[in-house]
Design a protein around this ligand. Structure first.
Ligand code: SF4
Length: 347
């Protein structure tokens, strides 16, 4: 069991004088709920928004200003705002919701190394994220003790080198692309000396929430890797895409990387057929195929986002009836101890 962390350890990115632009934008992210609401022309009391200082203390607000610019002014129900605004509901203890919703603690194979599924090793590369998603299943993860980068990657690389059954490495986090590109290259240079590795996968929300992260250095690094690369993005609503995101995704695609999207089904954000269809279609227009639609991981603080299974299944059926098959994500749940993601069963 992962112990409760008093506050998430989302470490700040150190800023050198010659730091790339994305790091400057990262530093300028919004951190004050009331400042965010004021910028959107919202009054929490008048709009009935139960903004919580306690929730913001436990898991601070963080959202890049470019992402804020995609929120609708004056709309307290904006689907992007709902994903980042700390609310009183997060502090209500809920039976069945835990600190470690997906069994990360039991699957730990080393510092920052998680082994759940056959052939794959997941590296919790860092605890940093450009955005703090209120429903995050790792919002209580003890990042201070458990990141693979902290030891200069040595332990993680040796675990992977020592198991010839691992053919795919997954960079996760936090957000792995919050690390500076030379730090990522340090890891992939070491991994490239392991003959049994065949694939690299990166799970990242950065190209969507801070597309400036896709800069020359990142693209050069990605294009130089010796394995087929899959980038699994994380967008939950069509409004998260704009022209800057499209341009970033085009640069990623030009490296030869396969772009997929995983979304979380979230009450008040994307729990309608129209919203889910728009997400698939908008992602496809940007060169991204839908991969998973996750049922919420039952982490403490996220219960107010949960959509009941019967509604999730009805939405998924309606989506399949509306869209081409390749635009319909797989509706799944992660269950601790399972050998893979579990599809929700149709009756
Ligand atoms: S970007 Fe991913 S890891 Fe970071 S807070 Fe959001 S859901 Fe969690």
């Amino acid at each position: 069991m992962i112990p409760a962390a008093p506050a998430p350890q989302h470490a700040p990115v150190p800023l050198a004088p010659s730091a790339p632009r994305w790091q400057q934008l990262w530093r300028e992210a919004m951190r004050e709920p009331r400042e965010l609401l004021a910028l959107l022309g919202l009054d929490a009391l008048a709009e009935g928004l139960a903004v919580s200082d306690a929730a913001a203390m436990q898991f601070p607000l963080r959202v890049p200003r470019g992402f804020v610019a995609r929120m609708r002014h004056g709309d307290p129900h904006d689907p992007l705002l709902r994903q980042v605004l700390p609310l009183d509901a997060e502090m209500q203890p809920m039976p069945g919701f835990s600190l470690d919703a997906v069994g990360d603690g039991a699957a730990k194979a080393g510092h920052g190394v998680i082994r759940k599924y056959r052939g794959r090793a997941l590296l919790v590369s860092t605890g940093s994220c450009a955005i703090h998603c209120r429903y995050c299943f790792r919002r209580h993860f003890p990042y201070a003790e458990e990141t693979a980068a902290a030891s200069g990657w040595r332990e993680a690389v040796e675990i992977i080198r020592g198991d010839a059954g691992i053919d795919e490495v997954i960079l996760s986090g936090g957000d792995p692309w919050s690390l500076a590109t030379p730090k990522l290259a340090e890891l992939t240079d070491a991994l490239a000396t392991i003959p049994h590795l065949k694939r690299l996968r990166v799970h990242t929300r950065l190209p969507v929430v801070l597309p400036e992260r896709v800069d020359d250095a990142l693209v050069d690094w990605l294009g130089s890797l010796p394995w087929p690369v899959t980038v699994v993005l994380h967008a939950n609503h069509a409004n998260e895409f704009d022209a800057t995101v499209d341009a970033a995704l085009a640069r990623l695609r030009a490296t030869g990387a396969l772009l997929l999207n995983q979304a979380v089904l979230l009450r008040g954000v994307n729990d309608s057929v129209d919203a889910l269809a728009a997400l698939s279609e908008r992602g496809h227009a940007a060169g991204v195929l839908p991969y998973y639609l996750h049922q919420l991981d039952r982490v403490q603080g996220a219960a107010h986002f949960e959509v009941p299974d019967e509604i999730a299944l009805a939405l998924h059926r309606a989506l399949a009836a509306r869209l081409s098959g390749y635009l319909v994500p797989r509706l799944v749940r992660e269950v601790a101890g399972d050998p893979g993601k579990r599809p929700l069963p149709y009756a």
